[in-house]
Design a protein around this ligand. Structure first.
Ligand SMILES: O=C(CO)[C@@H](O)[C@H](O)COP(=O)(O)O
Ligand SMILES: [Fe+2]
Length: 217
């Protein structure tokens, strides 16, 4: 099995015990910590903002990737970049000026990711792909943890892999949503370099083991 990254999403954790969750992730084989910020506008759900990011910065030893599910993310890039985040991922659908937003993220010293909703075609990446560190393919409609994996994501992942090669670009392919120990191999075999998983980790009895199982499918 090729080398790939696992990023636990804390959205499904019990926030009364966030410290314990972060300790578990610190001890685990996870490569990244995936943090979902939602505004109740781009997606129907509201998650959390800077107070939680501050706690994460203090207690996480893993690199943090921020997945911004917010409209006009450029309003918050500077403030969020101050919390020691390694990568900021914005939604193509949420940006009027995607190229400019990607440049802003990079100018703040962060890696740049772009996420695509399940229905969004790869064409929207045509002229930014070479500037991206990551393309995040949503395998669920964004807004909630615990949804089922949309199977068309596998075909989309293969197409994205070819698209990246054709463009001579370097972006990582990340698949976010509905990932579990039963489908992770298929996802990786279709070309993904990283998976994000929330409920399959934090709704299990043993999150540490669940991460290990994802990492060693
Ligand atoms: O961005 C999102 C959802 O909008 C994801 O990162 C979820 O948090 C993943 O959770 P599961 O689908 O694995 O439960
Ligand atoms: Fe996410």
């Amino acid at each position: 099995m090729k080398n790939f990254m696992v990023a636990p999403s804390i959205l499904s954790t019990d926030f009364a015990h966030l410290g314990k969750t972060l300790e578990t992730i610190n001890r685990s084989e996870a490569d990244w910590l995936h943090v979902d910020v939602m505004d109740g506008m781009f997606v129907p759900n509201i998650s959390f903002g800077t107070p939680v990011l501050e706690a994460i910065e203090k207690h996480s030893k893993k690199p943090v990737e921020l997945h911004l599910m917010i409209v006009e993310p450029e309003r918050y890039l500077e403030v969020f970049s101050k919390y020691g985040v390694e990568q900021i991922t914005v939604h193509a659908e949420a940006c009027l000026h995607l190229h400019s937003v990607v440049q802003q993220i990079k100018s703040l010293g962060c890696k740049a990711g772009v996420a695509l909703n399940p229905h969004t075609s790869l064409g929207s990446l045509e002229y930014v792909i070479k500037d991206l560190d990551t393309v995040c393919l949503m395998a669920v409609n964004p807004g909630f943890g615990g949804q089922g994996f949309i199977p068309q994501t596998l075909e989309k992942t293969k197409e994205l892999k070819q698209f990246i090669q054709r463009k001579d670009a370097k972006a990582f392919i990340e698949v976010d949503g509905g990932v579990n120990r039963n489908n992770v191999k298929k996802i990786l075999n279709s070309g993904a370099d990283a998976v994000v998983a929330g409920s399959s980790i934090f709704n299990s009895d043993d999150p540490l083991r669940a991460i290990q199982e994802l990492k060693n499918p």
